[in-house]
Design a protein around this ligand. Structure first.
Ligand code: F6R
Length: 604
């Protein structure tokens, strides 16, 4: 949600900022802007509603070497030039990621009305800062206003009279920083400056950063110096590029076999799951009576797969809670409960707050997170990092698959520790898990055929995804994927539930994507499919049968590789991702940046 970058150094800031913003654009892409110090020491601003390419078009040539840049996902105030960041108030220019919840109160309390020209909460912070800034003491002004703010924020600030310097502070919203030979960098995430260096640090909350062209110093709110904890990035710049693919999403779908292998292979020893390198002791899995999974969106759908699996293997109740709901209901967990938070970004505010709530009840929290050092990873008792590499497309694909794979690892580990599975069976289970990469590749090889069948869906107003058991959990993910990038309405339904109302919506030609990979309910699903087919639906069936030509069952059949039923989710969801992808491309849309959305939802 909103991308931030700051740079002070010995090369042209505008190039660094615009290229960085291009990479951060997935965090928000409705407006963009930069601010920089001119040679005169004055602060200059360029900003516009639209994409980073629109911003590029209005930037002039300038040799400034210090500046800040922002790409916006609107929260307060419409998508207009005026509301784009940076916001300049008097002697201060500022960019912001987050929400200042008490901005209305601040306006009246500090008489800021006359200073404001936009509708944003951010400009209030800029105005407040300017009010407290005496033209000299930048840090003093920051210290004065931060305690007044309620909400989440990551700020990068330029102060007049401090040319060449960037000040920054954050609460909840992420910031990382680095010093390289070209200068000093700060950004919402590493993708913005990965090409300049591999060493970086996560900016601690409430640390005040001062960046010059050669140095970054930090102090806490009491003025005590803070040393950065340096860490090294585990992927290189190509991982954050399209690498010959037309879109990030297609690249990321194709990366799934490798991403899964990277996530599970180092965690298998002697054929069995081994989480000792992650520092997760077996005692964590002992004596657990119930498990709660908290997450949002696709991560929550991965959790539903985890629930089905763990419940079956462990015979303990597993609840999947939508993080934003969990936060406002009394949590039904005890100190013996395991709570698993799932998040690609590790910054989703609802999941983070749900985790914080859960931690008040249990010390057994574990997170499944992709971004190293992110807030959710740092705040949970244990972390299982997924190794998907950077996921740039807004719609999650490879991160979802590695989250599922992580649940398979955890389910097997739990079942072993709790003696619900023999070592031999656990080895077979892990072997099956290692083979899922091949089954995904086999499906990707059928992409052309899948692309063809999406043509049938492009003019549909409604589509349905149906299945039972694990297939139902995948239906939810398939429907979400289709909705978010193709804007075709899609609804997921447990196949047996359709006849209790929703079947009324099935009429001639309505596309129904049916999943039938689960042997124990296969014949039941086929009966449900016949029911919709009989009412005119256009059925696309995914199953592990070699061929189905019976037109009373389906119009098109996609044959999935034959695997143990429990492992069919990996190839099946890949088909659903490819369907959504080509539906989006077929409608002339940009699957990487769907309207109204942004990656990493750091607002509630
Ligand atoms: C959908 C999608 C979102 C995310 C959700 C959680 O394709 O990507 O639904 O899964 O916003 O994000 P993370 O995993 O970063 O917590």
């Amino acid at each position: 949600m909103c991308g931030i970058i700051g740079f002070s150094g010995n090369v042209r800031a505008q190039d660094v900022l615009l290229d960085g913003l291009q990479r951060l654009e997935y965090r928000g892409y409705d407006s963009a802007g930069i601010a920089y110090f001119k040679e005169t020491g004055k602060i200059s601003i360029r900003k516009t509603a639209g994409k980073v390419r629109d911003l590029r078009a209005i930037c002039d040539d300038n040799e400034a070497t210090c500046g800040i840049g922002h790409t916006r996902w609107a929260t307060h105030g419409g998508v207009t030039n005026r509301n784009a960041h940076p916001h300049k108030c008097g002697d201060v220019a500022l960019i912001h990621n987050g929400i200042i919840e008490n901005y209305h109160e601040l306006v009246s309390e500090y008489g800021l009305e006359d200073r404001l020209i936009s509708d944003t909460d951010t400009e209030v912070a800029a105005a407040l800062l300017d009010k407290f800034y005496d033209g000299e003491d930048a840090i003093g002004a920051i210290k004065a206003i931060v305690p007044l703010l309620r909400g989440s924020f990551a700020f990068c600030i330029l102060f007049k009279n401090h040319p060449g310097e960037i000040y920054a502070i954050r609460n909840v919203s992420p910031l990382v920083a680095a010093k390289c030979k070209e200068g000093t960098f700060i950004a919402s995430d590493l993708t913005a400056f990965i090409e300049y260096g591999r060493e970086y640090f996560i900016v601690p909350e409430y640390a005040i950063l001062t960046m010059t062209d050669t140095e970054i110093t930090m102090q806490d709110m009491d003025g005590k110096a803070i040393e950065p904890e340096m860490t090294e990035v585990s992927w290189d710049v190509t991982a954050a590029q399209k690498d010959g693919y037309p879109t990030y999403m297609l690249k990321e779908i194709n990366e799934q076999p490798d991403a899964i292998a990277r996530t599970i292979t180092p965690r298998i020893s002697g054929g069995l799951p081994n989480l000792s390198d992650d520092g997760i002791p077996d005692s964590f899995f002992e004596g657990c009576r119930d498990i709660t999974i908290i997450a949002c969106g696709s991560a929550m759908h991965a959790g539903m797969v985890g629930k089905s699996l763990i419940q079956e293997m462990l015979e303990v109740p597993v609840t999947v809670a939508i993080a934003s709901e969990f936060r406002y209901e009394p949590p039904v967990i005890t100190d013996e409960s395991i709570v698993i938070a799932v998040s690609q970004s590790g910054e989703t505010i609802d999941t983070l707050e749900a985790l914080r709530l859960a931690k008040k009840k249990t010390k057994k929290t574990l997170s499944i997170v992709n971004v190293k050092g992110s807030s959710i990873a740092r705040e949970s008792d244990y972390v299982l990092y997924t190794h998907a590499g950077p996921e740039i497309a807004v719609a999650s694909t490879k991160a979802y698959s590695v989250q599922m794979a992580s649940f398979y690892l955890l389910a097997c580990k739990l079942a072993l520790v709790q003696k619900k599975i023999s070592e031999d069976d656990a080895k077979k289970f892990m072997e099956n898990l290692q083979n899922v990469s091949d089954s995904i590749s086999a499906v990707i090889a059928q992409s052309d055929k899948i692309e063809q069948l999406t043509k049938r869906m492009l003019n549909a107003n409604n589509t349905f995804f149906i299945g039972r058991g694990l297939d139902y959990t995948l239906s939810m993910e398939g429907a979400l994927k289709l909705k978010e990038i193709s804007y075709i309405h899609a609804e997921a339904y447990a196949a047996g539930e359709l006849k209790h109302g929703t079947i009324a919506l099935i009429s001639e030609g309505v596309p129904v994507i049916a999943l039938a990979t689960q042997g124990h309910v296969y014949s039941k699903v086929i009966s449900n499919i016949r029911e919709v087919k009989a009412r005119g639906a256009y059925v696309i069936l995914l199953s592990m049968d070699e061929k189905i030509t019976d037109r009373a069952i389906c119009d098109t059949h996609i044959s999935l590789p034959k695997v143990d039923d429990r492992f069919a989710v990996f190839s099946a969801v890949t088909v659903l991702q490819i369907i959504a992808y080509y539906a989006s491309v077929g409608k002339g849309l940009d699957p990487d940046q769907p309207r109204n959305l942004a990656k990493s939802v750091t607002v509630e």
